[in-house]
Design a protein around this ligand. Structure first.
Ligand code: UFG
Length: 330
């Protein structure tokens, strides 16, 4: 049987590398295209690797001329909200212009299936919770705006060019490969769970809690943490849906359970058995008090059923990775 041939753009990054691993396990042919600006070559566990940049239209054209891809998954974007406020041009250039280059090359070469990594950041400050897909889109920062712009572009490209896409709006992606081969390696790291675990391993002296005066039961912010492997499974289901010729759509990906920063720290203490020094700090600008997904649509339409939804499981996998990387750093 013809193996489906998938292009994974940004496959050397955190979520992309987990996706490549899963695609290979499910017998897809995989090509990773990544400029290694934030990714790691050794995180790409198989398939073909091409060092390349979406800004280079000639290279993109050559890539599509040399390969017959059945679908494209696009993980290559900058993700730091604060940086996007300070350096919006960097975000619009990479997350918007470069994505348009990719879409234009796809169109020129007749590739019509696209899976896009979107974000809960498209919604902005929630006016109701849990957040469903119909919630108003009022992104609060350039990062969120870049994601919403591309979602709208995709609606237009669907109508005009027949480009079928699924936008997956991640809530808080976290955790690591259960086999221990991959994990989160952002530099600098800004996400809560890896930072908490670095405080547990002694790689950093403490975890700063940004604000404890929010309108939540313990005063710290609530987020919907979703295991990176569950996210990747949702991508596989979305891919299946597109390959069967179904219509474009956008889905939230979260567990529907909110955990506060304090609850994450308590869970990390439970899982690791280590003390986690905490420093209480002022609020971080732009943080909504509570972001929790209503993922009913993904469950219904894709048949998505997260298997690693327990917070302790997610933290255990992230801790396995932290222990492994700390050993490397020792
Ligand atoms: N936090 C701390 N201390 C830290 C880091 C984070 O208290 O050192 C808190 C934050 O204030 C927030 C929570 O932990 O309340 C989670 O923060 P993360 O930075 O891990 O994640 P965010 O919710 O800010 O960001 C995620 C994605 C972004 C996306 C955003 C909005 O990582 O890409 O959700 O959808 F833009």
């Amino acid at each position: 049987m013809h193996k489906k041939n998938i292009l994974v753009v940004g496959g050397a990054g955190y979520i992309g590398s987990h996706m490549v691993k899963l695609l290979l396990e499910r017998e897809y042919r995989v090509t990773t295209f990544d400029n290694l600006s934030t990714g790691y070559r050794d995180a790409v566990l198989g398939g073909e690797f091409i060092l390349g940049d979406l800004a280079d239209k000639t290279q993109l054209d050559a890539l599509f001329r040399a390969n017959r891809f059945d679908a494209v998954m696009h993980f290559a974007s900058f993700i730091q909200v604060g940086e996007s406020v300070r350096e919006p041009a960097k975000y619009y250039a990479n997350n918007v212009t470069n994505t348009l280059n990719l879409l234009d090359s796809m169109q020129a070469h007749g590739v019509t299936k696209f899976i896009f990594s979107s974000s809960a950041a498209v919604y902005g400050e929630p006016i109701r919770t849990p957040i469903d897909e119909q919630h108003p889109k009022q992104p609060l920062n350039p990062y969120g705006r870049t994601k919403w712009i591309i979602e709208q572009v995709l609606q237009d490209y669907d109508r005009a060019y027949g480009l079928r896409s699924i936008c997956l709006r991640y809530f808080n992606a976290a955790g690591a490969d259960p086999d221990g081969k991959l994990g989160e390696r952002h530099a600098p790291e800004t996400h809560l769970i890896p930072l908490v675990l670095q405080a547990a391993s002694g790689r950093r002296k403490n975890i700063q809690v940004f604000g404890r005066d929010y309108d939540t039961p313990d005063g710290t912010c609530i987020r919907d943490y979703v295991h990176v492997t569950d996210l990747c499974v949702a991508h596989l289901l979305a891919l299946d849906r597109l390959l069967k010729g179904e219509t474009s759509a956008a889905y939230n990906l979260g567990n529907g359970n909110g955990f506060s920063v304090q609850q994450v720290i308590d869970a990390a203490h439970r899982v690791t058995g280590r003390d986690i020094p905490v420093e209480y700090a002022p609020r971080r600008e732009g943080d909504p008090a509570r972001l929790v997904a209503d993922s009913t649509a993904a469950r219904r339409a894709l048949g998505w059923n997260p298997q690693l939804a327990e917070l302790d499981t997610l933290i255990r996998h992230a801790w396995q990775w932290e222990c492994k990387t700390t050993k490397y750093h020792a």
